[in-house]
Design a protein. Sequence first.
Length: 72
Amino acid sequence: MLPDPVYTSYEDIPVMMTVEEFGRLMRVSRNTAYAFVREGLVPTVKVGRQIRIYRGDVLQLRDANSCINFAQ
């Protein structure tokens, strides 16, 4: 298992990330991250067979859904 990344600014967060990276960023399990994708809670883009998530969509999700507990 990879350690959780530490981002000190918005620019440090990758512009496009995998579902696993999204899960580590949000400090949720891999299964929970995929559940967010499956339920349409975060917009995704398919790159070949891989699912990617844009940084801006993650931040919009965080700002729009105060009921979701995001680690600060």
